[in-house]
Design a protein around this ligand. Structure first.
Ligand SMILES: C[S@@+](CC[C@H](N)C(=O)[O-])C[C@H]1O[C@@H](n2cnc3c(N)ncnc32)[C@H](O)[C@@H]1O
Length: 220
């Protein structure tokens, strides 16, 4: 896979089968922070209690690693389940060196499918997330939804997949995803989410933040 330097100085890879990058070429680590960590309020959650995170599309583990850094600097703890189906991408992690303090933990997770220390309890489930998501039996504070583009990776952008993700979310949890495509947002609404614009980064449109519609209508 071709290595590509992104505009914030962090490297990503290009996947020739999907004809897509693993991260925004505007900045791989900046994307993790701006489109996932900040909208899901990881720092704020870490100040209150342990943070539980569902990481859909583990890839190179950048989103997860940046989240873990944030939580460690707040003195908190991360409980995360990551979903991935490509064994090949896991073998690429050893050659990557992003500016993520906790990346050694992410590399170990990719090797062993499990990692645990005083700040993290991480599990990586291999297989098609359409099926593996149905086997999870816990509730999360945040969902990082980061497959390849909807046109190239459609099975993870369906109504049914979003319904399965919502089933695993705590009432006030946030799902963040980078696409704002009309059919993606329609599918999220069908699944019972209230959809809002997320930050704009690296493309013209905003990303998407989705929260439980019923809970959003209740007072705080
Ligand atoms: C855009 S990359 C994720 C980048 C990653 N979040 C990171 O921070 O490095 C999308 C990932 O989703 C995975 N993927 C695509 N379809 C999948 C499926 N049906 N089940 C599980 N993983 C899938 C791909 O193998 C790829 O690693």
């Amino acid at each position: 896979m071709e290595r590509v330097m992104t505009k914030d100085g962090s490297e990503t890879l290009f996947n020739p089968s999907y004809r897509d990058y693993y991260h925004s070429t505007a900045g791989a680590l900046a994307e993790a922070r701006i489109k996932y960590i900040e909208p899901c309020r990881i720092k704020e959650l870490a100040a209150i209690s342990e943070v539980s995170l569902l990481d859909i599309g583990f890839g190179l583990g950048y989103n997860l690693g940046v989240a873990l850094d944030e939580i460690m600097s707040a003195g908190g703890k991360l409980l995360a389940v990551s979903l991935e189906m490509d064994e090949d991408i896991l073998s690429k992690l050893s050659g990557m060196d992003p500016k993520i303090t906790s990346y050694h933990a992410i590399k170990k997770l990719a090797q062993k499918r499990y990692y645990s220390d005083e700040h993290a309890n991480l599990r990586l489930i291999m297989g098609n997330a359409v099926q593996t998501i149905k086997e999870i039996n816990m509730k999360f504070d945040a969902v990082f939804h980061d497959p390849f583009a909807p046109t190239r990776n459609p099975e993870l952008w369906t109504k049914e997949f979003f319904r399965d993700a919502k089933r695993l979310m705590k009432p006030r949890a946030v799902l963040a995803t980078y696409s704002c495509a009309r059919h993606v947002r329609d599918n999220l609404r069908w699944a019972g989410f209230l959809v809002k614009d997320g930050p704009v980064f690296g493309r013209r449109g905003p990303s998407t933040i989705a929260i439980n519609k019923q809970v959003a209508q209740l007072p705080e």
